[in-house]
Write a protein that binds this ligand. Structure first.
Ligand SMILES: Nc1ncnc2c1ncn2[C@@H]1O[C@H](COP(=O)(O)OP(=O)(O)OP(=O)(O)O)[C@@H](O)[C@H]1O
Ligand SMILES: Cc1cn([C@H]2C[C@H](O)[C@@H](COP(=O)(O)O)O2)c(=O)[nH]c1=O
Length: 221
């Protein structure tokens, strides 16, 4: 383990890969572990958060970003994801890890590489420039849940239609399959080229995926 305070764990993947359900389950599992071992390092507060939208200003960025209503220019979109991340670092990730808590975040920078650089085909130089100057706390562990595009798109659409949220949140879900192929390629590229990043096969049962996630998290606790 690096000599740093707290822990910052991120879970990522294409829409519908199952990450939000796994983030919630991981938080519940860690809380249960802490109850069982009251004197251990696991006795840290668990902070469940997300990008975009993990801060007060971030909720406004999120509305702008994921609605299909605004038809944002791709570079505007990239800048807003970076602005949301900067706010989230300063208001949540850094203060909570400084308090030695465990921050579990639904999505992080791998999503920006996957969706904006690979999906939208933007120049990675802008993202690298902004990241180097605005992000101080990188994850101790990044998990990418990898699933087949057809499975992911079907799961994401089903969930949005069930919740009647396709209009407010369905911007990416309405994109063609080739877009998601590029996004998936972006996640795989990120894992191949960055340390502390692992891929977990999400085409399996919820419990099997959860077990693999817990195995990875146990290594850094
Ligand atoms: N391993 C799994 N097998 C089958 N269904 C799953 C699995 N994991 C999650 N699901 C279901 O798929 C749907 C999407 O899951 P979830 O919301 O966790 O995905 P997500 O990746 O966070 O999606 P989004 O990015 O669109 O918010 C939910 O209905 C969930 O119950
Ligand atoms: C952080 C981040 C996210 N996105 C996209 C990916 C998803 O379609 C939405 C967020 O929705 P979720 O229900 O919270 O998964 O935002 C992106 O394009 N770029 C990013 O950096």
């Amino acid at each position: 383990m690096q000599n740093r305070k707290g822990l910052f764990i991120t879970i990522d993947g294409i829409d519908g890969c199952g990450k939000s359900s796994q983030v919630r389950k991981l938080a519940a599992d860690l809380k249960e572990k802490a109850l069982k071992k009251p004197d251990s390092a696991e006795q840290r507060e668990i902070i469940l958060t997300k990008e975009p939208g993990g801060t007060k200003a971030g909720k406004i960025f999120r509305d702008l970003l994921i609605s299909s209503e605004y038809d944002l220019d791709p570079i505007t979109e990239l800048l807003l994801y970076c602005a949301d991340r900067r706010e989230h670092q300063n208001k949540v990730v850094i203060p909570e890890t400084e308090r030695e808590n465990i921050v579990i975040c639904d999505r992080f920078i791998m999503s920006t590489y996957a969706y904006q650089i690979f999906g939208r085909r933007l120049d990675s130089g802008i993202l690298e420039y902004l990241t180097a100057r605005t992000i101080n706390r990188m994850p101790d562990l990044s998990i990418i849940i990898d699933v087949d595009i057809d499975t992911a798109v079907a799961r994401a659409r089903k969930r949005l239609e069930r919740d009647f949220r396709m209009h407010q949140e369905g911007k990416f879900e309405q994109m063609p399959g080739q877009f998601f192929e590029r996004v998936r390629e972006g996640f795989l590229w990120y894992a191949d080229n960055h340390k502390d990043t692992v891929i977990i096969d999400g085409n399996r049962s919820f419990n099997d995926v959860n077990k693999d996630i817990m195995r990875q998290v146990d290594k850094i606790l």
